[in-house]
Design a protein around this ligand. Sequence first.
Ligand code: EPZ
Length: 416
Amino acid sequence: MSKIAICGGQKLNGEIMVQGSKNAALPILAATVLSDEECVLFNCPDLEDVRAALKIIDWLGGDTEYSKHTATISGGNIHRYKIPEELMNSMRSSVLFLGPMLAKLKRAEISYPGGCSIGLRPIDLHIKAFRQLGVTVEEIGGRIYCSAEKIKPCKVNLLFPSVGATENIMLLCALSDGETQILNAAREPEIVDLQNFLNSMGAKISGAGSETIHIIGVEKLQKVQYNIMSDRIFATTVLCAVACCGGDVILRNINPNHIELMLSMLAGAGCNIITGENYVRIRCSKRLLGLGKVMTSPYPGFPTDAQALFMSALSGAEGTTVFVENIFESRYKHVPELIKMGADIIVDGRLAAVTGCNYLQGATVEAQDLRGGAALVIAGLSAIGDTVIGGIRHIDRGYEHIEETFKGLGANIRRI
Ligand code: EPZ
């Protein structure tokens, strides 16, 4: 099993292009099932999870092709409505195929997408909404059997602004006859990207980015060419690395509005930030300052996906940062690994109190999940000495060759 080896302590300087967004690409890939014609997706990131989604589309009967960050999908021949367990388990977001399969084939059979190390990841909000919309759902022995002769458009009020549930309802109702409203919808930029993609195929959806989304169902969706938005969490990963290593880096092809809160937090920690229409420049030359209390919450609040990244960057800060993880129930698996590197962190339930140490020391550590693994890369880059990171399959789910990104900025990092 390959690992990542880092000799830390280098400053990071240069420019990078931000990769396409994993969390926008996955629902958009599921949405291509809705069209019988060709969909061409540009800026589609080269990731394990994207390959898993393309495999599911192939299994359903679609034709897929991927090269040079472009995915081409034709859904005309999609006829299978059962996704086997091994494909469901290959990727958490496989549940997003439920809506489009029901919309197109009137039935779908999947297994629970399975939890992961950050939490149980239930799909009860998806199922509750689908039942409200006229879908018959039976859960037998870990498999979910759904059928919907006719979607019954209505007002769906989400108990929690779930990203996946919001996306699945949009995918179910884009092809229907009538108006569906999603109240208490998730407001993430990836939801707006999904709305823009569906509308470019001929859907009639509005309100994404706000807490109420209106969907006027249409009969057919056309072919499309679409440019997927950039990955705001990838950008945050690079920003956190520069913040704690020091240096001067320009990130191109990123919308600063999507990471406004994180940019103001990094400025508050002592970084110099300049933004333009589609770039961010970060400079940092001194020890960071602790940020006090940092609570994760749905967009536009502080994203749970950035929690491990900021914790890593602030482990060597002057002062204390107390994280409150309100979204997932076990998203501190990176803490014991950071402690091996000399971090001073105490976890009590949803709270993690970080007291900045002078510097982190290189160590042998193990990634337990995607963003926790990226946090260990950040820690290794800033630490004094050598760090070896195992479990990098987790990191490869969401980052294209993460070692190349940082090698290009002057880091001493390689895959071994
Ligand atoms: C999406 O996951 C992202 N994944 C996650 O990013 C991100 O952390 C999360 O949204 C929150 O922003 C993708 O977009 C592919 P949720 P999702 O439904 O849709 C509970 C990464 O690192 N919940 O908003 O699964 C759930 O348990 C990944 O890129 C229910 O209780 O997130 C969690 O506590 C990790 N019942 C909370 O809601 C449900 O039916 C947020 O989940 C659904 C969710």
